[in-house]
Write a protein that binds this ligand. Structure first.
Ligand code: SAM
Ligand code: SF4
Ligand code: SF4
Length: 344
């Protein structure tokens, strides 16, 4: 049976939130060891990454995506781990881009594997937009933060390739950690102002259990805005849609816009419309999820589309997540899924 989007009603969770976005983590592996995400002490040669047979196949991901779209999902983002380490990702992107009802198709990447040819291939497969993560403009600091000695210049070139391939608007994600890269706040803005590229500052989050998160390491979004505004006056930009995670500002001199993701200091759980699919087919309804629902078993037990849709509907209808609104000093220690497993 095929699910017809037009026949489905949008589904709501217990807090009245729709299901609109699906973030698909295509791998738990990464070629970086960013200190705030995959500390080397944990993600070393002893770490047990998922074997290939455990990963959802492209056909399984495409089938699930079609069912999610029938339930109201319009925006899809590929993430990881590093999504570009998954071979032939553009094949999956083409499959997903052909699903009627998919309005936005984006990718978050560290940029290390984003060659000119890859950017063109992703675009022609139907990818609309790319977000590249970059935390510093000083080569030595950047190498220290990715912790695999990866050079800054290659990521800057990858950002150019994304722009040239019209994967627009290209966004750049910068995680800001107190005492580590806060001095890069202004240089990053100076570099990306007037380029059409949208820089987004992200508060360091207590995702997972391995990154040694402490509240005092968070540089609050309000402080970032204050610092920027002193240098280049800013004004707020209204959100384009309620589920947007970034608060937007533009430079008053017309040189572009920036975003701030204040997941710690100003949580946005009240309009969180995102579901997250892990590489092995677990459905998480929160980035800070402590439990998940196994969709792979359903897929591999010959469940019908109707069965899967009704299972997902039940999960979403019962969703209560609002972790960032109830974060306390005790919660960072809870057993939570790692960012490198489920994506941002
Ligand atoms: N590897 C890809 C990348 O880095 O763009 C995609 C996956 S990565 C987990 C997705 C996003 O999460 C990146 O922009 C990264 O900077 C961000 N991130 C990772 N750990 C974080 C943390 N502890 N707090 C805030 N953002 C984090
Ligand atoms: Fe890899 Fe992205 Fe995590 Fe850095 S933030 S370690 S690039 S998954
Ligand atoms: Fe959504 Fe969970 Fe983040 Fe709140 S804490 S915005 S519910 S992912």
């Amino acid at each position: 049976m095929t699910m017809d989007r037009a026949t489905m009603l949008p589904i709501l969770d217990t807090r009245g939130r729709h299901l609109e976005d699906l973030r698909i983590s295509v791998t738990d592996r990464c070629n970086f060891r960013c200190v705030y995400c995959m500390p080397k002490a944990v993600f070393n040669s002893q770490f047990h990454f998922l074997p290939r047979a455990e990963l959802l196949t492209f056909d399984e991901i495409a089938r699930l995506t079609r069912l999610f779209v029938s339930l109201g999902v319009k925006k899809i983002r590929f993430t990881g781990g590093e999504p570009l380490v998954r071979r032939d990702l553009e094949v999956l992107i083409r499959q997903i881009s052909e699903i009627p009802g998919v309005e936005d198709l984006a990718l978050t990447t560290n940029g290390s594997l984003l060659t000119k040819e890859k950017a063109v291939a992703l675009k022609s497969a139907g990818l609309r937009r790319v977000t590249v993560s970059l935390d510093a403009l000083d080569d030595a600091l950047f190498r220290r933060m990715n912790d695999v000695n990866f050079p800054l210049a290659k990521v800057l070139t990858a950002i150019d390739f994304a722009s040239q391939a019209q994967l627009n608007p290209v966004k750049v994600n910068m995680v800001v950690k107190r005492g580590l890269n806060e001095d890069a706040i202004i240089p990053m803005a100076a570099y990306f102002r007037n380029t059409g590229i949208i820089l987004r500052y992200i508060e360091f989050m207590d995702v997972g259990t391995t990154n040694g998160w402490r509240l005092e390491d968070v540089v609050p979004g309000a402080e970032i805005i204050r610092r920027l505004d002193q240098r280049w006056p800013l004004e707020p930009v209204p959100p384009t849609r309620p589920g947007d995670v970034a608060t937007r500002y533009r430079y008053r001199d017309g040189k572009g816009e920036i975003g701030i993701i204040t997941a710690v200091t100003h949580p946005f759980c009240h309009n969180c419309t995102r579901a997250r699919l892990s590489p092995e087919g677990l459905l998480y309804t929160c980035l800070f999820g402590q439990s998940a629902s196994d969709l792979r078993s359903l897929l591999r037990s010959q469940a019908s589309d109707r069965d899967i849709v009704s299972y997902i509907t039940g999960i979403w209808n019962n969703r209560t997540d609002h972790y960032s609104e109830i974060r306390r000093s005790l919660t960072p220690g809870l057993p939570k899924i790692e960012m490198s497993h489920i994506g941002g």
